[in-house]
Design a protein around this ligand. Structure first.
Ligand code: CP
Length: 318
């Protein structure tokens, strides 16, 4: 695995999940693999889970981990090619990528979309330009269009909790929010669920919130949440802004916030969210704190997912 920026970087998803299960049995089993190797983590945006789980994953493999935050600790970057840098950015991303490649053996980078210009966000300029100029493997810690590490952790969570021989029904359900959020988590989750053969995947959201077809593929879409949730084994809540009316929050008349009553009618359903979550806006306390909530398990599996990717990259470089 040269880079990990999307599902396309994975050759065999089933064997990757199997590798994650094996690693999870003993996260310290390869504590010398990353000896004298450095993991650089670059954050252009805030993070709790991605930051901490990536540090832990690197350290579990014996790596030295360096974390830097753009803007406050390092120079701001220009990402345009052939640019005249007479604006606010101090350094070009190509120079930063080349320099960081000399200090680090693997680099993770997080960058959110601006949510103003759809075409520009779809180019995913920061991660793609960084990949172009980096001399070492690059891992997406969430980009303008996707969050593959989150989806890998979510897939591990579903696979390790599902005990029946038939495929689970997994619903990606839009959730309300007070501000427009990126599509990254929803895009990647849809893409990954579509790629797994033994999962029955559907999407639920209000009208006006359709995701990009590139990620949703042939997954059935419901505009009625209750209908979509019928016989659901897993419900993954996530808020995202409109893709069509890019970055806006079209008005939604129906109530998409599920309360305690759903726990009674869906007693066998697992509830998921990538976190951070705005309690009682996106998802109710009743759902998040229920015995069927998997949100903390998902967060734990972020370390397992990152460590599996790092292990593969380190093994490649041996
Ligand atoms: N789920 C996730 O990526 O969390 P952070 O934004 O805290 O890293």
């Amino acid at each position: 695995m040269k880079n990990f920026t999307s599902l396309n970087d994975i050759q065999d998803l089933e064997s990757l999940v199997h590798e994650a299960f094996e690693l999870k049995k003993d996260l310290y089993a390869f504590s010398d693999l990353g000896k004298r190797k450095t993991l650089g983590l670059v954050f252009l945006n805030p993070s709790l889970r991605t930051r901490m789980s990536s540090i832990k994953a690197g350290e579990n493999l014996g790596m030295q981990v360096q974390v830097i935050n753009l803007g406050t600790e390092i120079w701001t970057w220009d990402v345009e090619e052939n640019t005249v840098m007479n604006g606010s950015a101090t350094e070009h991303i190509k120079d930063a990528a080349r320099v960081l490649s000399q200090y680090c053996d693997i680099i993770g980078i997080r960058c959110f979309p601006g949510l103003k210009d759809k075409e520009r966000d779809n180019l995913d300029l920061v991660i793609n330009t960084f990949v172009k100029y980096s001399l070492v493997p690059v891992i997406s810690l969430e980009s303008a269009t996707g969050h593959p590490l989150q989806s890998f952790a979510d897939l591990i969570t579903i696979k390790e909790t599902w005990k029946f021989p038939y495929p689970p029904k997994v619903v990606l359900s839009w959730a309300p929010h007070i501000k427009p959020l990126p599509h990254c988590v929803a895009n990647s989750f849809a893409e990954w669920m579509n790629a797994v053969k033994d999962i029955d995947f559907v999407i639920a959201h209000p009208k006006g919130y359709d995701l990009a077809p590139k990620y949703t593929g042939n997954a059935p879409v419901f505009y009625n949440q209750e209908e979509a949730l019928e016989n659901a084994d897993y419900v993954y809540f996530k808020s995202w802004s409109s893709y069509k009316e890019y970055g806006t929050l079209p008005k939604v008349k129906e109530n998409w916030l599920l309360g305690a009553e759903f726990l009674y009618s869906h007693s066998g359903t697992y509830w998921m969210h990538c976190l951070p979550v705005r309690r009682n806006v996106e998802v109710s306390d009743a759902v998040l704190d229920s015995a069927r909530s998997l949100v903390y398990r998902q967060a734990y599996n972020r370390t397992v997912a990152m460590q599996t990717i790092l292990k593969k990259m380190l093994e490649n470089s041996l």
